[in-house]
Design a protein around this ligand. Structure first.
Ligand SMILES: NC(=O)c1ccc[n+]([C@@H]2O[C@H](COP(=O)([O-])OP(=O)(O)OC[C@H]3O[C@@H](n4cnc5c(N)ncnc54)[C@H](OP(=O)(O)O)[C@@H]3O)[C@@H](O)[C@H]2O)c1
Length: 277
């Protein structure tokens, strides 16, 4: 059914809006889907793992919002096209697009990266983001309303060893976001990105399960804790909603201060060395 929810049926800054979140089966994407629903949106959740998507959609319905589960491998352009058509038919026009699906896929030194591996990382992170933006951004521009939030990475701000293809793809997302914001701004469509780091999801279990590695990671984080998926989701809701109505083209780091600080050990030394006044 393609009827639009009205603001009277839900409340919150996204009442009456339809959202689409890619990679919504777990981690940051699942949190975004739930927080967008909490903010009043009906939400289409996309990914490959249908049982996990079903669990997220049940939580969205428990919040009183409509949820649509759509199986989609975002590395396959035909599946992106089919998924967007299904969402438009079954939920309605998409007002909020969150391009979240992604990940590093593998670790390798730049000298050892094979072209196929490079391409896979770009397909998953950057090309999928481009295709969703193109497919759904057109309708947003025609309707002169809509917001797109792309999930980049702090790897853009601070190059990470052994995942250069990922950092390059996420840097592409950041540039795409800025360029698209400039192109779609006159049509009333806002485009932003978030750059998470040190969020406690499956991507980081190698760190979070090992106390020594976890402590080494937190050495770099002034807030001295792992981020929660909700830390990203709340920022995504803000950027997706009219609460940020005069913001476009920005990239918002969500990293506990990592990108603007020094390691804890250095901070301690400098604090100790600070002369009294
Ligand atoms: N966690 C962090 O600290 C951190 C830092 C920087 C950036 N990020 C970015 O945040 C985003 C979410 O990551 P996360 O930490 O939440 O990781 P995660 O828990 O591993 O979740 C990744 C999500 O992407 C989906 N996905 C992966 N490949 C897909 C494909 N081919 N087609 C469709 N969906 C696919 C997965 O769903 P299925 O397996 O069901 O398909 C899953 O829902 C990613 O773009 C990641 O690069 C995370």
């Amino acid at each position: 059914m393609n009827t639009r929810t009205t603001a009277s049926q839900s409340s919150g800054p996204l009442a009456g809006r339809n959202a689409l979140v890619t990679g919504a089966s777990r981690g940051i994407g699942a949190a975004c889907a739930l927080r967008l629903a909490e903010a009043g949106a009906d939400v289409a959740v996309l990914g490959r793992s249908l049982p996990d998507l079903d669990k997220v959609s049940a939580q969205i319905r428990a919040l009183g919002r409509r949820a649509l589960v759509v199986g989609c491998d975002v590395t396959v352009p035909e599946q992106i096209e089919a998924a967007c058509t299904r969402v438009e038919n079954d939920l309605g026009p998409v007002d909020v697009l969150v391009n979240n699906a992604g990940g590093p896929r593998f670790q390798a030194a730049i000298m050892d990266v094979r072209p196929e591996g490079w391409q896979k990382v770009f397909d998953l992170n950057l090309t999928s983001t481009l295709l969703f933006c193109q497919r759904l951004g057109r309708g947003m521009a025609e309707r002169r309303t809509g917001t797109i939030v792309n999930v980049s990475s702090i790897a853009v701000h601070a190059p990470w060893p052994a995942i250069a293809p990922y950092g390059a793809a996420k840097s592409g997302i950041r540039h795409l976001t800025q360029a698209l914001a400039a192109e779609l701004g006159p049509s009333g469509v806002r485009v932003t990105s978030v750059s998470p780091a040190w969020i406690d999801t499956d991507i980081n279990t190698a760190y979070t399960r090992d106390p020594e590695l976890s402590d080494a990671a937190l050495d770099l984080v002034p807030l001295d804790r792992w981020g929660e998926p909700d830390d990203v989701a709340h920022a995504v809701v803000f950027l997706a909603s009219p609460l940020s109505g005069f913001i476009t083209g920005i990239d918002l780091p969500i990293d506990g201060g990592f990108s603007v600080s020094m390691p804890r050990s250095t901070r301690r030394i400098l604090n100790r060395a600070a002369p009294a006044t």
